[in-house]
Design a protein around this ligand. Structure first.
Ligand code: ATP
Ligand code: MG
Length: 256
């Protein structure tokens, strides 16, 4: 995919004897919302760690807007427009929600309070995410769904070119999920951000994404439109069979 904002090719990762990823290639275009689904342990979070630079792959390359960033740090990638959220939330607990967004914009130059510009941007993003009333709250005091929304807001503190979301809807109420879907849609449609979304709620993924990649046992099992992936017998066997029979969450909501 030549016009991809983010492309990984031939990614391999081993943890000792465990082959977590083997020859995995994925790409996301600007403005595209692409789903990444698969059973527990399929390698989704490991792939996010490779894409964001937190784990160096044993094989393969990662390109951000055509530039090979395989050897670049997570900070470098973030400064060049790649942002992510974590399956286990990673907000700074000793900072308010608003200050978490301020620090995300000012990096190592942050002083308590931040600049007027980053405070204004933080307020704007919090409002867009429906969190305007919680700017002064501390993340540890928030219910899971709101804390996850705050983490999404932090990832948007600087407008991203590509956004990686690791189970963002886990633990959210239906209303929070709808808001999340609205924010992601707007980001893709209006700002041209490419989104890669990991989520066990298959209905949520199929509604939101125009393309879905299925990982199983560290390999790409299938890829295509939601309808095509849903109909794929191999995907049904490996993953969808159990979820579509009524178990919509393979993983329990992560309380952290
Ligand atoms: N730091 C690590 N050390 C050893 N093995 C690991 C490590 N991280 C992940 N693994 C293994 O790599 C494989 C892929 O794990 P990963 O967390 O990427 O899966 P996942 O698709 O994100 O699963 P889930 O849906 O449960 O979040 C699993 O077998 C896991 O046990
Ligand atoms: Mg995971």
């Amino acid at each position: 995919m030549n016009d991809a904002v983010l492309a990984a090719s031939g990614i391999g990762v081993r943890f000792g004897g465990v082959r977590a990823l083997h020859d995995v290639s994925v790409a996301v275009r600007p403005g595209e919302i692409c789903g990444l689904i698969g059973p527990n342990g399929a390698g989704k979070t490991t792939l996010f760690d490779v894409l964001s630079g937190m784990r160096r792959p044993d094989a393969g390359r990662v390109r951000l807007a055509g530039v090979d960033v395989t050897a670049r740090s997570p900070v470098w990638r973030a400064r060049h427009g790649m942002r992510r959220t974590f399956q286990r939330q990673q907000l700074f607990g000793q900072l308010t929600v608003a200050d978490n967004l301020v620090v995300a914009q000012e990096g190592g130059r942050w002083r308590r309070g931040g600049t007027a510009r980053s405070r204004a941007r933080a307020a704007e993003v919090l409002a867009a995410c429906g969190l305007d009333g919680l700017a002064g709250a501390y993340p540890g005091t928030l219910p899971v769904g709101l804390a996850r929304t705050a983490e999404l807001a932090r990832a948007l503190a600087e407008p991203p070119r590509v956004l990686l979301l690791d189970e963002p809807a886990s633990g959210m109420t239906e209303e929070e999920r709808q808001r999340l879907a609205g924010v992601v849609r707007r980001l893709a449609a209006e700002e041209g951000c490419g989104v890669l979304l990991v989520e066990h709620d298959v209905g949520f993924v199929m509604d939101l994404c125009s393309r879905v990649v299925v990982l199983d046992l560290g390999e790409v099992l299938a890829e295509g439109s939601p309808a095509r992936v849903r109909a794929d017998p191999a995907v049904r066997d490996a993953y969808l069979g159990s979820t579509e029979a009524g178990v919509t969450e393979c993983a329990p909501p992560d309380p952290r």
